[in-house]
Design a protein around this ligand. Sequence first.
Ligand SMILES: Cc1cc2nc3c(=O)[nH]c(=O)nc-3n(C[C@H](O)[C@H](O)[C@H](O)COP(=O)(O)OP(=O)(O)OC[C@H]3O[C@@H](n4cnc5c(N)ncnc54)[C@H](O)[C@@H]3O)c2cc1C
Length: 471
Amino acid sequence: MGVKKQELNIALVGAGLVGSLLSIFLARRGIKVKMFERRPDMRKEIISAGRSINLAISTRGIKALSLLGLDKSVLAKAVPMRGRMMHSLTGELTFQSYGMNDDECINSISRGTLNKLLMTEAEKSGLVEIEFNKEVTDIEFESDTLTILDKRSGQTEKVRFDMVIGTDGSASAIRHAMLRLPGYQASETKLEYGYKELVILPDAAGGHKLEPNALHIWPRGNFMLIALPNFEGSFTCTLFLPFAGPLSFEHLQSDQEISAFFQSYFADAVPYIDNLVETFKSNPTGHMVTVKSYPWNIEGKTLLLGDAAHGIVPFFGQGMNCGFEDCSVLSRFIDGMEDLSESSWAKMFAAYGKERKVNADAIADMAVENFVEMRDKVADPKFLLEKEVEKILQKEFPGRYVSRYALVTFNNVPYKLALDAGIVENEILSKLCKGINKADEVDLSLAERLIDESLVPLLEPYTPELSLVSH
Ligand SMILES: Cc1cc2nc3c(=O)[nH]c(=O)nc-3n(C[C@H](O)[C@H](O)[C@H](O)COP(=O)(O)OP(=O)(O)OC[C@H]3O[C@@H](n4cnc5c(N)ncnc54)[C@H](O)[C@@H]3O)c2cc1C
């Protein structure tokens, strides 16, 4: 009791996307934060922002930014993507819009641009101090002490804090240290696929060489290439491919193998990709991992947030969005606290984890499933028919039929609801598509009955939110 905000001695480990955003939420409540980031300051030194060069931000991420008044400045630097542009083997293009109107889009933003903007905004508050080149190598929970390595001097120091928040990403040192304690669990499931980034440069006039307002996909069964537009006219392409097996990274070693592979499967992209073979050989092959851990807190002293708590594979474009939503949910819980005593933090962290865990698990599972949809099903006629029928249902029964994709991407409803609704929707679509060849042959009275019986009861508690979908 009686703890004042300015007296709280909080350390945040990791000034990535989630850590930087969280520090702004805390600073706006008058709470002082010290952040430790192992990389140099990317605003002063040219370094890779790590992992993907660009990413898609959608409603959940935008909502968190809008609570801080930052949504407009971020979206001003993003490229809206209104749907998927599928590239067939023979180069034919098919466009599938993501939403029901132009507002329902996802937005491609540079990871570096976003991270820099958030760090600058955090420091502007005067309450956030970021120490760069400082890697937290250990935490002793008995004495609340962090071991911090200065990567420039090679010196380590031990510093005591009242509270430590781990936003240090999917390989979190804080999570690994928590696992030494009884009752703490985590699983790390590596996908047997890797990813590699390539680039399509802008044209001579600085414009995009492909349709800019789309996420381009070359679905090829058990692998795929995608391309997301960048603000300044380029595209970042990402190849997702098994590590091992007949068509895999393992088998793409020589220049000849690399160019023959791209020529066979992505012929229409080849003329655009800059320095294809050399870039392929020099860029690293990334891993993707689903991390599930629990509990996320140690009393009121330690908390995990973002990828540190729940790593998600990138196929629903939700890892960062989910981490940003962590921040807005935590902020709501902070507002509900009676005081700033350690026991209040402990109660609040536990309640936050309980509400959030089920949702983080849901999006982690949906993200793995969506990989199959993106690389394989988007080229399958049965799936395409179901998608067409789904569009009709959304139009005919607004608020009563909302697709799983829209629940995840264009809404702020719990991810678990989207997971549950998606199972029911699959059943409805498969019943409705049995025996029809074209979407307009769908039996709308049967559809209405199925929707009212099985989907509406799930969505009903959220109807007021659903009917106000916007961002
Ligand atoms: C290929 C790919 C594409 C993706 N696309 C999307 C997308 O389209 N949309 C989306 O929402 N999400 C996407 N994601 C997921 C997204 O990148 C992550 O969910 C997001 O980066 C998580 O943010 P974070 O701050 O929790 O972790 P990170 O971004 O990993 O940041 C962690 C920070 O902590 C620092 N750090 C780590 N360890 C220490 C330590 N011991 N001491 C000090 N500092 C430390 C790191 O240097 C880093 O700055 C994608 C991921 C990948 C791999």
